[in-house]
Structure formats: C-alpha cells, structure tokens
Design a protein around this ligand. Structure first.
Ligand code: CTP
Ligand code: CA
Length: 223
C-alpha cells in the first residue's frame, strides 16, 4: 500500500525504550533522583521511529519532548512504576532498549507527612529497587534485549558481566572517563558490546548521531 513506508527497515517492528531518571519518594515533597536528562533515550526513540518502528517510550521525569506519530510516550515516576510499565509492554515487542538511569535504591518507608527537621542527624534506610532489565532478561523469548552500562572503571569488564548477569543481546557502554560523555551533555561516546563479547567503539558524537548508530547496530544484528 505504501511504498516508502514498506522500505523502512523497522517497519512492522515494535520497540520498547526506557529513558530518563526515576524519582524515589522520601515523603510527600522529597525524592531521591539523579541527573539523567533523558536525551539519549528520547533520541533512540526518534531514530527507531524514523526507520518505521512502532515505539513505546517509557520515560521517567524528563523535560524532553517528542513529536512523532509512531511514538507512544508513557510517563512514570518511580522505578516500581517503570518496572510495571515495562512488563506491561515487553511481551508484545521485538526489541527492548533500556537506557533509563533507574535509581538503584529507594527509601524503605515513605513518610506520609513531610519529615520535619531536627538538630540531630537523619538516618534513612534504603532498599534496592527491582532491576527492570534483569527481570526482562529472565522472561525474554525472541526479543532482542539491549542494556546500557555507565561505568567509571573496569568499563569493558563490568559491561560484559552485565551482559551475562542480565541475559542481554547487547550492551551500550558509556564511560564517564570519556570527556563529553554522560548525563547532562549533548554528546556521547559509546562502545557497543554484543553477547559474543565483540566490541565496537564509536567516536564522540551528538546523542542524535549516537542514537542512529545504536539503532543501525541493532538492525544489523537482528537480520
Ligand atoms: N537498570 C534497570 N533497572 C534497575 C537498574 C538498572 O533496568 N533497577 C538497567 C539500566 O537501564 C541499564 C542497565 O540496567 O540498561 C545497567 O544500569 P547500571 O546502572 O549501569 O547497572 P546496575 O546493574 O544498576 O549496576 P551498578 O549501578 O552497580 O553499576
Ligand atoms: Ca545502577
């Protein structure tokens, strides 16, 4: 019916993407969060949609915007919310790319009322959040599952152990040792490692270009 659309390499594919930070409530007015902007995940969503994919973008609190008729955006706040949303859609997708900077810990108890300050120090008990990526690795069938790894040391080794531990098909490593890579920047420098541990390093580029590289790599690996 539509010649141009039918030539798009991700036409007919469904892609799940997580992006941004998560916020873990402490009390009604406070949270634990991180500096993730969501830029990388939103750029990946856009790149995939531009190649014809139907994209489910699950985003933590982020100021990023996306206007693409192939992208459905689902806004969540906490790691638990993101976990539930990811599990709602995962069984129905072909590719899942988890780029969100999910909080590793959340307060064990959320105070119902604002915690008042005292002169003494405050001790708060934290409990681990669920690992969304690892939980999808456990239930995956034919989905191509891609994680991210943000490392400061022993990067390649740590990224490879995440591939094994979380049952991934590939991981996108960004090293904070690289200048211009990371959270608040518009650029990123990545290495893509696949499940056979072959490593493909890329130059420092804009996140828009990095997103296109990630999607191209995935397309080459699923075909
Ligand atoms: N991730 C996730 N759910 C979590 C924590 C992480 O889905 N609760 C995902 C991230 O989206 C990313 C990958 O796991 O794709 C790796 O995240 P990272 O923070 O690098 O690794 P962790 O396993 O959390 O280990 P650590 O922070 O100790 O390095
Ligand atoms: Ca982490």
């Amino acid at each position: 019916e539509n010649d141009i659309l039918s030539k798009l390499p991700l036409r007919g594919k469904k892609v799940l993407i997580t992006a941004g930070p998560t916020y873990e409530a402490i009390d009604p007015v406070r949270f634990i969060g991180n500096h993730s902007s969501g830029k990388m995940g939103f750029a990946i969503a856009n790149a995939a949609a531009n190649l014809g994919a139907e994209v489910i973008l699950i985003s933590g609190p982020s100021h990023q915007q996306i206007k693409h008729s192939f992208v459905t955006r689902i806004d969540v706040v906490s790691a638990d919310d993101m976990y539930n949303a990811a599990h709602t859609y995962f069984n129905n997708v072909d590719i899942a790319i988890l780029s969100a900077a999910v909080a590793d810990y959340k307060p064990k108890n959320i105070a119902n009322q604002k915690i008042k300050k005292k002169d003494s120090s405050l001790v708060m008990e934290l409990t681990p959040t669920k690992d969304i990526l690892a939980s999808l690795g456990v239930i995956k069938k034919n989905q191509f599952l891609v994680g991210f790894a943000l490392e400061t040391n022993n990067e390649i080794e740590n990224a490879k152990s995440k591939i094994k531990r979380k049952n991934l098909d590939a991981i996108v490593l960004n090293s904070l040792q690289d200048k211009g890579a990371g959270f608040a920047t518009n650029t990123n420098k990545i290495t893509i490692i696949d499940k056979d541990f072959s490593e493909k390093p890329f130059e420092l580029k804009s996140k828009i270009e990095v997103a296109k590289d990630i999607i191209s790599e995935i397309i080459s690996k699923i075909n």
